[in-house]
Ligand binder design. Structure first.
Ligand code: 13P
Length: 261
């Protein structure tokens, strides 16, 4: 992380877990931990059904609420879908886009991701754009090329001005929910490659302002080493975010790291 140029962001992704009625108590437990971490933005991404209660419970705290998906159209005949305008109207601030689970199980393409990123920005939401390679790709030494390609697709026609609102999350598929975490060096290598690609497209100034998160079996135990790396600006946390003690431990690790930054 680098406090001078960009925000540290610790974001929980509940995926399809917990009930709407559990948001209030969870946020009550987490809010002191979020309050203590001054330079760190704390985000909680919950299912659509939980958003209204989460936004309400998070009012007056340092926790911002995010969604886990959106549709790219503003409105229309898309039964079962939710637009970014709807999310923004609820008080949602972030939206995860292109998570590998959506790409794998729901056929989301790079083109969809790009359309969703544009829709999120148009609605005033901050997209958390997920990139990541499979084990196969990594073993074939093609991880960096794959990530660069996903990144370029996701940000096609996004301006430098818009980029200021974009958050990138590097989530190696082989590390998600497996307990197999990337080493700090691996996470940083990809983080640096992402920033290098951003620099080539948008220039050094715009690139250094982008927060690049790591996701994949991040926990209160391994967070410190990951967050110490210059191109790991935070985390996108699945399993460990279901427990406020664990997510709180990661926020605390970020706070400690930021003190010395
Ligand atoms: P885990 O932290 O459970 O590995 O999930 C990571 C993730 O997919 C966050 O979006």
């Amino acid at each position: 992380m680098n406090r001078r140029y960009r925000k540290t962001i610790i974001a929980g992704n509940w995926k399809m877990n917990k009930l709407p009625s559990e948001c209030k108590e969870y946020i009550l437990r987490l809010k002191e931990k979020a309050a203590a971490a001054k330079w760190c933005d704390v985000v909680l991404c919950v299912p659509f059904t939980h958003l209204a209660s989460a936004v309400k419970a998070a009012r007056g705290t340092r926790i911002a609420i995010g969604a886990q998906n959106c549709h790219f159209a503003d409105k229309g005949a898309y039964t079962g879908e939710v637009s970014c305008a709807m999310l923004a109207d609820l008080g949602v601030k972030y939206v995860i886009i292109g998570h590998s689970e959506r790409r794998a199980y729901f056929g989301e393409t790079d083109l969809d991701v790009n359309k969703k990123v544009k829709a999120a920005l148009d609605a005033g939401l901050r997209p958390i754009v997920c990139l990541g390679e499979s084990l196969d790709i990594r073993e074939n030494n093609a991880a960096l090329d794959h990530i660069r390609m996903q990144l370029k697709f996701a940000l096609k026609d996004i301006t430098a001005q818009q980029l200021r609102k974009v958050v990138i999350a590097y989530e190696p598929i082989w590390a998600i929910g497996t307990g197999k975490v990337a080493t700090a060096e691996q996470a940083n290598e990809v983080g640096s490659a992402i920033r290098e690609t951003l620099r080539a497209i948008y220039g050094a100034r715009a690139a250094r302002g982008v927060s690049i998160l790591y996701g994949g079996s991040m926990s209160e135990k391994n967070a410190e080493g990951l967050l110490a790396m210059p191109d790991v600006d935070g985390g996108l946390i699945g399993g460990a975010s279901l427990d406020t003690e664990k997510l709180g431990g990661i926020i605390e690790a970020a706070r400690q790291e930021l003190k010395g930054n």
